[in-house]
Design a protein around this ligand. Structure first.
Ligand code: AR6
Length: 181
């Protein structure tokens, strides 16, 4: 799908293999690494990424939910990693939708400030943090669409879904335009 000059692409895969300017990490506020996509990014990207996370933590005390920070991509094919922190799902009435949308928008903003033309996202918050993916997909796609409407920095915004089931949920959300809020 095309929004202005930006292509929105959905694919199944492992985000650590994506050849893009920036990949986005679903991190925690401490920027201390963990499981899921965070663990995979540090494993493949090597220790320089954590060294930069340590420096950011020393400087500003981590990264609150909805915000984003940027490091090198280390040994990843991507030049940079944007680390964003999605909300932990607590039933949906604790500001989770706005925090999730901000995580996407602030990641896009930060990557664009660093000159990125291509970016790949995982499905933020829908693993360990428990955000129902049927509710998260339209927020993720809506944030990308709204950014692309307002700012033509990106040639491509990719969503890399780890399973075919998750890919199907994102594909249906994209097809059902009314659900892209
Ligand atoms: N490529 C693409 N997607 C992946 C990959 C991969 N290599 N590995 C997992 N996923 P999660 P969260 C998918 O749990 O919910 C960490 O410990 C996964 O299937 O990685 O935001 C952090 O340190 C799911 O769909 O992130 C935090 O403490 C999606 O990525 C916490 O987990 C997100 O799942 C963040 O939890």
């Amino acid at each position: 799908m095309r929004v202005g000059k930006t292509r929105l692409l959905l694919k199944q895969g492992d985000i650590t293999r994506e050849t893009v300017d920036v990949i986005v990490n679903a991190a925690n506020s401490g920027l201390r690494g963990g499981g899921g996509v965070d663990g995979a990014i540090h494993r493949v990207g090597g220790p320089r990424i954590m060294a930069e996370c340590d420096a950011i933590r020393a400087r500003q005390g981590g990264c609150p939910p909805g915000q984003a920070v940027i490091t090198t991509g280390g040994q990843l094919p991507a030049q940079h990693v944007v680390h964003t922190v999605g909300p932990i799902w607590r039933g949906g009435a604790r500001g989770e939708p706005d925090l999730l949308r901000n995580a996407y928008l602030n990641s896009l903003r930060l990557a664009a400030e660093h000159g990125a033309k291509t970016i790949a996202f995982p499905s933020i918050s829908t693993g360990v943090y428990g955000y129902p993916i049927e509710l998260a997909a339209p927020i993720a796609l809506g944030a990308a669409r709204d950014f692309a409407l307002a700012d033509s920095s990106f040639e491509e915004i990719r969503f890399i879904l780890f399973s075919l089931g998750d890919l199907g949920i994102y594909q249906r959300a994209l097809a059902d335009r009314k659900s892209v809020v």
